[in-house]
Write a new protein. Structure first.
Length: 328
């Protein structure tokens, strides 16, 4: 296994560049899958989110080491930074919609439940009757992204909301009232952004509170109400997630992974990992490689030449139309 970092791209196979805040891109699934023989190797995107629309075919999706079988029609949600890959059935049909994370945040402001829907990888099985409708929405989206007619941006936003809400309703996300308040949600959103940028530094909660301009008490209250966790738990879980990714997808030693995450003592890192997962890093690597785990996600949860513009409970079953190709 390579000791190189997990590949991170702009769009798959493309080097990093700055992401426009309102970037939206649509391409057919086969644009990048066919040249790769329908296998997309594990990779991530720092500031981009995917919504896959699977209209025919299927395959297997991997997200942070968990594998889930796909069927059609379905909607796949892949948030930023998730290490993901695919083994599609040959000639699988569909589309890939890619959005800047800042644009996703803008969409989520239209309905607070969208934020819950889009915050983790999901595969949502749609009804057969949904297929033509979502295909039509993607066609509308591609048309709007190809010109700059009056109302262009508003139409793109409206179309994306209709597409995402289709998945939200099929998944059956709880409609009970949320206790979230605007102030608390804003604090936690800013904390999450800061954690994403600085989690390798292992800074104390007090440093984050100062940088956000709030007291530690206010930060703890906001995190408890919005995330259901303390700030320290949020910091630890982000470091733990990165450790799990590195154990699954790189050949870095346990000590090297710990050092990369700001742990000066490899033994302390191993204790941290075992305390949070119930197993040592070495045992985790031996038992949790992607090829050893097939998740049958009845709940839809796991744990994600086109047109560009600057401007996700489902049930999953094994596809039977064609044989799923083995790992590359």
């Amino acid at each position: 296994m390579s000791k190189q970092p997990i590949p991170s791209f702009y769009l798959y196979g493309e080097p990093h560049r700055l992401v426009d805040g309102d970037f939206v891109h649509v391409e057919t699934l086969e644009d990048r899958s066919r040249p790769s023989e329908w296998t997309i190797q594990p990779h991530s995107h720092g500031e981009l989110m995917h919504v896959f629309v699977i209209l025919d075919g299927g395959g297997v999706m991997t997200a942070d080491g968990v594998r889930i079988r796909l069927s059609a029609p379905s909607l796949l949600i892949m948030p930023p930074t998730i290490v993901h890959g695919f083994e599609f059935l040959e000639d699988t049909e569909g589309f890939v919609v890619t959005m800047a994370s800042s644009y996703v945040a803008e969409l989520s402001r239209h309905d607070t439940r969208l934020a819950e829907f889009l915050d983790r990888p999901r595969a949502v099985e749609l009804e057969q009757e949904d297929g033509p409708r979502v295909e039509g929405l993607v066609a509308d989206l591609r048309r709007e992204l190809s010109w700059s007619a009056p109302g262009h941006r508003a139409t793109v936003t409206a179309t994306m909301l209709l597409l995402l809400i289709t998945g939200l309703r099929r998944l059956g996300v709880s409609t009970r009232a949320s206790p979230r308040t605007g102030t608390h949600a804003s604090i936690v959103a800013r904390l999450r952004e800061r954690i994403e940028q600085r989690f390798r530094l292992r800074e104390p909660v007090s440093a984050h509170a100062r940088a956000l301009g709030v007291s530690q008490t206010a930060l703890r209250v906001a995190c408890a109400r919005i995330a259901g966790r303390s700030p320290g738990q949020m910091l630890d879980q982000r470091a733990l997630l990165e450790a799990q990714r590195s154990l699954l997808y790189t050949g870095l030693s346990v000590a090297e992974i710990g050092f990369s995450l700001g742990f000066r003592d490899p033994a302390y890192f191993s204790r941290f990992f075992q305390r949070n997962t119930g197993m040592s890093p070495r045992r985790y690597r031996e038992t949790r490689r992607p090829e050893t785990r097939i998740a049958h996600a009845a709940s839809g949860d796991m744990h994600g030449a086109g047109t560009r513009s600057a401007v996700g409970s489902g049930q999953v079953h094994d596809p039977t139309r064609k044989r799923v190709p083995g790992p590359a």
